[in-house]
Design a protein around this ligand. Structure first.
Ligand code: EPZ
Length: 431
């Protein structure tokens, strides 16, 4: 098992370049199998989640060529199956995008039920509601979502709650349904827009992505395309929060500042200086941080995927902060670990009451999920002494070269894989 060993206290300084958006990439990889023509995708983040989805596509017959580290070409002209038989698929939430993609393409899909981060109940009723509205029969059998339709027909769908996954899944299937689909109460996240843009570049006819009403006119077939994925809003936000917590001066490059506005606003509110450039933001945090209140909400609200990282920064802010989780029902599991590092946080239901402390102190902690893992690494960077974060696999699902990028900013962090290398790293770090 790999772990991070961090010797905290270094201020972060310098530049970090953000990769392609993981959550856009996952929808785009599924969409790419909907055509028989080759699809070339640039700015593909090299993280475990995208690698798993690429393996699943290969498993059903997609030919995947890696042109370079961040560019893949997918050729699904010889797709042999609509059954995803891959143990890995249970590990990632986005496996369910293959239901929408295969249902659109072949009117049939059998995909293992999604896994992913354990951050609370994660229903799929809205996905199923959407597929059924398009005319599919959907059953859960032997741990798989089995969907089938004679014909997919456009429909008027009102989602009962805003769901990123259900919005994307219905967009995928409806792109190749006959007639017009209207999705009401749609998710507006930047990656929903990016996936709609990608589908449109393949010949789909989707309008309104980024608003809460999306209109799709089904087309008969989709064609190949050449596309670059947008930068990752959450990866960028994570380095911004790290700069805030570690009294850094960090310029985060290759971002769309508009997508970061809610994060920028909160960081400014707690005392960071933010300078926006065309495709970069600089976060400077020299003064003591001050408290605030945050409630996570669907975009353009404050993203739930930034909740743990901001909580770590607020744990070091003067005064009392309140963070309310508005999306998932169990996304404060990491707080116990943070308290072991000296944080003063009480969680009640979906609310964390944070009394700022002057410092964290290093200890051995465990990452319970992807964003919490990144947040605990930030806590380790800000802490006095040494922190070990077990294990790195969650973080690697969504952050490419997290430790390498942090080292470039001056952090003392190393990824090690067993007891002996851990000991060596410890000795080196201490010296
Ligand atoms: C996506 O998850 C992201 N994952 C998550 O990112 C992100 O936290 C989340 O959206 C919210 O922004 C991917 O894009 C792969 P939802 P998703 O459907 O689609 C409930 C990360 O760290 N719901 O918008 O699963 C659900 O339980 C990850 O990168 C239903 O009740 O989120 C939740 O409370 C973690 N029924 C809320 O809606 C449904 O059918 C929002 O879920 C669907 C969802």
């Amino acid at each position: 098992m790999d772990r991070y060993i961090i010797r905290g206290g270094n201020p972060l300084a310098g530049e970090v370049t953000i990769g392609g958006a993981k959550n856009a990439a996952l929808g785009i990889l599924a969409a790419a199998i909907m055509t028989d023509e080759p699809v070339r995708i640039e700015n593909m983040p090299k993280v475990t989640d995208t690698e798993i989805l690429l393996k699943a596509a290969e498993g059903i017959g997609t030919k995947v060529t890696h042109e370079d580290r961040h560019t893949v070409i997918m050729d699904s002209s010889h797709l042999q199956s609509t059954f995803i038989d891959d143990e890995y698929m249970k590990k990632i939430r986005a496996s369910y995008y293959l239901v929408g993609a295969l249902l659109g393409r072949d009117k049939k899909a059998e995909v293992p039920l999604p896994g992913g981060c354990n951050i609370g109940v994660r229903g799929i009723d809205q996905h199923i509601k959407g597929f059924k509205a398009l005319g599919a029969k959907v059953d859960i059998l032997h741990g798989c979502i089995c969907a089938e339709a004679k014909d997919l027909r456009g429909a008027h769908i009102f989602f009962d709650k805003v769901s990123v996954g259900a919005t994307i899944n219905v967009m995928l299937a409806a792109s190749l349904a006959s007639g017009r689909t209207i999705i009401e109460n749609a998710a507006k996240e930047p990656h929903v827009v990016d996936i709609a843009n990608f589908l449109n570049s393949m010949g789909a006819n989707i309008r309104g992505a980024g608003t809460d009403v999306i209109r799709i006119r089904g087309v008969e077939k989709l064609h190949g395309t050449d596309y670059a994925i947008i930068p990752d809003q959450i990866e960028a936000g994570t380095y911004m929060a790290a700069a805030a917590a570690c009294h850094g001066d960090v310029t985060i490059k290759n971002v769309i500042p508009k997508h970061l506005e809610c994060i920028t606003a909160k960081l400014a509110e707690i005392g960071c200086q933010i300078t926006e450039f065309d495709d970069a933001v600089q976060v400077t945090s020299y003064d003591p941080l001050t408290s605030t209140q945050i409630r996570t909400l669907p975009y353009p609200g404050f993203p739930t995927d930034m909740q743990p990282q901001m909580t770590v920064a607020l744990g070091l802010a003067q005064g009392i902060s309140i963070v309310t989780e508005g999306i998932f029902d169990n996304r404060f599991k990491y707080v116990d670990e943070l308290v072991r590092m000296g944080a003063s946080i009480k969680v009640e239901n979906n609310m964390a009451l944070i009394t700022g402390v002057s410092k964290y102190t290093g200890t051995d902690i465990t990452a319970p999920d992807l964003r919490a893992g990144a947040a605990l690494v930030i806590a380790g960077l800000a802490a006095e002494g040494e922190t070990t974060v077990d294990d790195t696999s969650y973080v690697e699902r969504g952050y490419e070269d997290f430790d390498g990028k942090l080292r470039e900013l001056g952090a003392d962090i190393e990824k090690v894989s067993d007891g002996w290398s851990a000991e060596r790293a410890r000795l080196k770090l201490v010296n």
